[in-house]
Design a protein around this ligand. Sequence first.
Ligand SMILES: C[S@@+](CC[C@H](N)C(=O)[O-])C[C@H]1O[C@@H](n2cnc3c(N)ncnc32)[C@H](O)[C@@H]1O
Length: 230
Amino acid sequence: MGRLRRLLPLAVLVGLAVGWRLWSRRPERRQPGSPCFAPAYDLATGPFEGGVLGRLRRQIAGTAAGRVLEVGVGTGANFRHYPDTTGLVVVDPNLFMLRRARRRARSLGRDADLILALAEALPFRDETFDTVVATLVFCSVADLNRSLAEVRRVLRPGGTFNFIEHVRARNSLLGALQDAATPVWRRVAGGCHLNRRTVKAIEAAGFELVRLEERQLAVMPLVAGTARSK
Ligand SMILES: C[S@@+](CC[C@H](N)C(=O)[O-])C[C@H]1O[C@@H](n2cnc3c(N)ncnc32)[C@H](O)[C@@H]1O
């Protein structure tokens, strides 16, 4: 019963996403990102913010320092966790997410530059930032390796990359289920892949893992960590 209740927000998210998918097929409805995804996302993740997700966010955003870039900011769920002194720039390609993030930044009195951009083509010079933060983003980017290469490019050498991601399970049965579900899931959940081996990709992109914590978010394996640009 408890598990069913925890899965309810995910069911709401899928329902809204399917509805949006059908509605948005009409050409005049095409937008840079779905307007439904932003409110549905807050609804779906809300129940977890008081638990494991909120705790990991506190750790990941709370240790950001210097010039900070957040990639795929979504609705700004990390804003409340940044230290007050942080100079913050955030990007997301979904205008509706950015609008919510702007409202949240205002309501928290958080000073942040919000920019419409993709992780695959970050509009910043090399070595601009001391810290890059990304939470639950690399499951959704179209090109994982290119996005990570961009994160490394805009970080100063020795800079810090703080992340939270859900990833492919080590358990082979659960991993196979994630592989099978991903083609459908990504169509209804904003391009989200359930089965990415993101930690391996982070290391392959030239980062050294400094810390890695493995947790569970409902049925999804979650990793939170810090990597240093080599
Ligand atoms: C699951 S949401 C996570 C939002 C937020 N980071 C959080 O932790 O709540 C994924 C976000 O990644 C963004 N996104 C998708 N593709 C992206 C890309 N190629 N580059 C940057 N952000 C992207 C989506 O618009 C969405 O806001």
